[in-house]
Design a binder for this molecule. Structure first.
Ligand code: PBG
Length: 325
């Protein structure tokens, strides 16, 4: 054939392919979500094989190992004892609680590690919702935002670097920013879950924390998975309210949303490869027919290619362990 244009020339050898590779994935792009509890043992999580509910000591050790491998940040998810859960979720801003203890221990042991905290009431709320629930079953927006401010301030006092509201209440970013600034926490960043979808992909996570809603679903606050334009609307609002970074969640089934936000904001974008995405890869790999490591690198690189600057993934430490090998 007389073909002057042959794209395969750019794919001819590994060296050429390295030169023309468009997307990089390194441990520096990863945020490691960690579960922890008040007990002294590191517990296996039935719904998330390979993940643990860490004791405080286990958490500090695991985070330190990940950080030593080049992972800059962890995000904390506490499993709160049933006896501490109430309809008003006060445990969420107990300065002596599980999350403040963990933040302090992590920052003391690993000063350069970024500690991100989840701001939402579901681990603390006996109703299992991210917001406060009224007697007639309504998720109360403005009352919840007040509670989230108390929670975020509690995390800031303990030394959190970044607070990350995952609740999807209206007006929470500006309320958190105001609340933090008034108390002098102008350096604490807000990573907002801008487009968090009401997703069946969160199933294994709720198993890990025993945080399934007791009644109803999360569709009056989390977004309908059929919508992408609505994510742009949330992004405009979050940017105006002062978010430092935005998040899209889940990640793999929402690459178009990541791409759309990438086109319209100059803010950094995070994407969360959630528990169901993790479990699907783990279970499929256990069949022997999918290569776990290759699938993990392909899915995470695709999320980066779509436009995510950083990725929250339960595979973070595995990726870092094999990076460059
Ligand atoms: C709750 C929260 C959820 C996740 C992170 N924060 C679950 C939910 O909204 O029900 C899910 C993470 C995952 O599935 O890996 N605020």
């Amino acid at each position: 054939m007389n073909l002057p244009i042959r794209p395969r020339r750019n794919r001819r050898t590994a060296a050429i392919r390295d030169l023309v590779r468009e997307t990089e994935l390194t441990p520096a792009h990863l945020i490691y979500p960690l579960f922890h509890h008040a007990g002294l043992d590191d517990q296996d999580i039935a719904s998330m094989p390979g993940c643990k509910r860490w004791s405080l000591a286990g958490l500090v050790k695991e985070a330190g190992e990940a950080h030593a491998l080049g992972i800059p940040a962890v995000v904390l998810f506490p499993a709160i004892a049933e006896s501490l859960k109430t309809r008003t979720a006060e445990e969420a801003w107990n300065d002596g609680g599980l999350v403040p203890q963990a933040i302090k221990a992590l920052k003391a042991a690993h000063p350069t590690l970024l500690v991100i905290t989840d701001v939402a009431l579901d681990p603390y709320n006996s109703d299992g919702h991210d917001g406060l629930v009224s007697d007639d079953g309504i998720i109360m927006n403005d009352e919840t935002v007040d509670a989230l401010c108390k929670q975020a301030l509690c995390h800031a006092r303990a030394g959190a670097d970044i607070v990350s509201p995952s609740d999807m209440m209206d007006g929470r970013v500006s309320a958190l920013r105001d609340g933090l600034d008034v108390q002098g926490f102008t350096d604490v960043s807000i990573l907002s879950y801008t487009a968090k979808y009401a997703s069946a992909f969160y199933g294994p996570f709720r198993g890990a924390l025993d945080s399934e809603p007791k009644a109803g679903d999360k569709k009056t606050y989390q977004m309908d998975y059929a919508n992408a334009r609505e994510a742009e609307r949330e992004a405009i609002i979050d940017e105006a309210e002062g978010a430092d970074m935005m998040m899209v969640k889940p990640a793999g089934a929402y690459l178009d949303v990541i791409y759309r936000l990438r086109q319209m904001t100059t803010l950094p974008i995070a994407a969360y490869q959630v528990s169901g995405e993790y479990l699907m890869i783990k279970s499929a790999a256990s069949s022997g027919w999918l290569d776990e490591k290759k699938i993990v690198l392909e899915t995470l690189t695709a999320i980066r290619r779509a436009g995510a600057d950083m990725i929250l993934t339960y595979f973070a430490k595995d990726v870092a362990l094999s990076y460059g090998k």
